[in-house]
Design a protein around this ligand. Structure first.
Ligand code: HMG
Ligand code: MG
Length: 309
């Protein structure tokens, strides 16, 4: 039987949070519908952060009232603190993710807290989620390399993962925020973690700054990881991490895993329609390598068809 790989679409949150053009709630719902039509079942829909810090996410509560097919789709939201958690719970979220960075400076830039305070606040959110019957998830941001403090020691990642699991996290997502990791480093970090935790409790989140997001995802896969974040068309980037480019493109990840004989449950041929909606939302040309390849093939076919007429 084919291995199953779960793709968690983060385009609506990570993908849109940094876009200069305002994307309204109607367009977000349109994008969601296109993603769901392609078979996507796991979505990080929005974040309950300060609207001053991230204006694109100011409609989080409104969007929650308009999420399609809530009983079948695994929707998660990002929360930076207890206030965000309370807002998300009030809006009916069933799964919340905190963003704990592995360095002092990155936490200060991202959520205006030092590492110790960020760890305590994220642990508190995980405890509240567990007590309220919500799923608590914890990102470990800049888990490989920090734009301010450089390379991260593996022990820091294992220590923060332990802190989040001890507080009740049901999943830890290891994130290469600025796309600086390489596959050997990724393999080492995940090998360390899978010696301690079930691989099904871990997930990978790779940005594609240097074109290594796919290779890094595959390195994590080879360490036993079966859940990955990606953004439609390769959207993405953290506004507070200089150098953070888009996430791994969903269509590239689906193409890679399906080509490798894994089942994602996503219809690759339906993803270009979702990329087209993302392009309308952002006013930008988007698309991962697979989509560019497909567009070239279609253009060649069109030329051949004209030639044979
Ligand atoms: P602060 O200014 O220190 O907050 O910001 P504060 O507690 O002093 O409060 C200031 C004001 O913000 C107050 O309002 C609060 O009520 C309000 P005022 O009295 O001035 O009217 N406030 C909030 N409003 C709405 N929702 C909240 C909230 N909290 C306080 N949750 C804060 C601290 C954390 C709020 C701010 O820094 C923030 O929102 N940061 C968000 C950063 C962010 O969204 N970053 C991107 C997501 S993380 C990411 O992309 C990485 C990831 O993809 C993985 C990877 O790639 O590494 C996940
Ligand atoms: Mg990210």
């Amino acid at each position: 039987m084919a291995e199953r790989v779960t793709i968690n679409e983060v385009g609506l949150r990570d993908g849109l949070q940094n876009q200069p053009r305002h994307v309204d709630t109607d367009h977000k719902v349109q994008l969601l519908n296109a993603l769901l039509a392609a078979g996507i079942r796991h979505v990080e829909a929005t974040s309950f952060v300060s609207p001053k810090a991230v204006p694109q996410m100011a409609d989080a509560a409104d969007l929650m009232t308009r999420l399609p097919d809530r009983s079948h789709i695994d929707y998660s939201v990002l929360v930076p603190n207890v206030k965000g958690y309370e807002r998300a719970k009030e809006a009916g979220a069933h799964s919340v993710a905190v963003a704990l960075s592995c360095t002092e400076t990155m936490n200060r830039r991202n959520i205006n807290m030092g590492l110790a305070q960020a760890e305590a606040v994220c642990a508190e959110v995980m405890r509240l989620a567990a007590a309220d019957g919500l799923i608590g998830r914890a990102y470990l941001s800049v888990a490989f390399f920090c734009p301010f403090e450089g390379q991260i020691a593996r022990e820091v990642v294992t220590w923060l993962a332990a802190a989040m699991f001890d507080a009740g996290a049901r999943e830890v997502i290891v994130a290469d925020t600025i796309g600086s990791a390489d596959p050997m480093h990724v393999r080492d970090v995940f090998d360390d973690l899978t010696r301690r935790y079930d691989a099904n409790l871990l997930s990978g989140h790779f940005h594609d700054t240097k074109g290594l997001a796919l290779a890094n995802s595959y390195a994590a896969f080879s360490a036993g990881i079966r859940k990955f974040d990606s953004s439609i068309g390769g959207l993405g980037g953290c506004p507070f991490a200089p150098g953070a480019a888009g996430n791994a493109a969903t269509e590239d990840l689906v193409n890679m895993f399906e080509s490798a004989g894994c089942a994602t449950g996503i219809d690759l041929e339906k993803l270009p329609a979702a990329v087209a909606v993302a392009e309308q939302c952002t006013g930008k040309a988007l698309g991962g390598r697979w989509l560019n390849w497909r567009r070239t093939q279609q253009a060649k076919q069109a030329v051949r068809a004209v030639g044979s007429n």
